[in-house]
Design a protein around this ligand. Sequence first.
Ligand code: PEP
Ligand code: MN
Length: 364
Amino acid sequence: MLLVRAAGEPRARREAGFGQKGWEETMIVEMKILALPEEVEAVVGRAKSLGFDVQLNLGTNKTVVAILGSDTGQVPTDLFAVLPGVESVTRIMKPYKLASREFRTEGSRVTIDGVVIGGKRFVVMAGPCAVESEDQLMEAARVVKEAGAQVLRGGAYKPRTSPFAFQGLERAGLELLARARDKFAMPVVTEVVDPHQVDLVARYADFLQVGARNMQNYALLTEVGKSGRPCVLKRGLSATIDEWLTAADYILAEGNERLILCERGIRTFEKSTRFSMDIASIPVIKKFSHLPVIVDPSHAAGHYSLVPALAKAGLAAGADGLLIEVHPSPKDALVDGLQSLTPSDFSRLMGELKPIAQALAREI
Ligand code: PEP
Ligand code: MN
């Protein structure tokens, strides 16, 4: 998929009313397979002449034109339906647009260094919560790779609830991640917490992670969007699926289509787990969005004994992968040791995921 901004920068669109009343009425014009470029241009031209902004989704077979504007609700769909090359015109009443299935009917795939998220293979991203030292990270990378993980995770910047808790090794942590990536030939995912640090983190990491606490940090989302780097957007602690997908639109609106959602549990009245794993969000996302979605069973469970069951549930529910905490020695971990798997627990889990993947015609 290629998202092309056909008119207006995000700022201009915001000034024109993006996000304000009326923008909930987007129109999606689906072009016929093999529609001619001039037919697409005619649709774009008519939208612009009516004062609307346009986003194009140039799919492999067909183009979809999203018409964004404060008054699309007042414009008859026939104005576009009659144009040559138009297959259908649909109004979207949802708060999110670019993340919606209406905008893109086929599922998106995010590819980096041969790793494809959103395809047949269930992609496992594993590693420690935080990068703590060279020995710890290299050993973690070695064991997760050996067990079949494709991506190494590790936080260099940790958004901790308390300012007195370990905040991560920061830049030194990024350097260690880059070293681990080179040594083990694995892409790395790490969290970025500050819009001003997106460029820095993007210099070292393959995937930028936006954490649960920052899901609605719109300045951060915009910078991550501008960076064009693949991004893992975690669900906020108390975010609805609509809010999550609308946050995703901030990244997509900058033309960054390499976006993966991550369900990591939400806050409920239940106290026996750290968060409540909303397993239903996986099929809900698949129904309403084209974006790939992975699960993080570690933060949902909060306890290592519960993590394997939630990981398997994620695969069974149709997730595209896993983001999971593995530490060479969880009892010595500086952060999240209780929910981290040991290398042997992780390798056992990878073995247990295999028959489930097979039964679902997936690969791992
Ligand atoms: C993490 O992945 O280490 C993390 C802090 O996760 P979350 O943002 O989901 O709490
Ligand atoms: Mn953690």
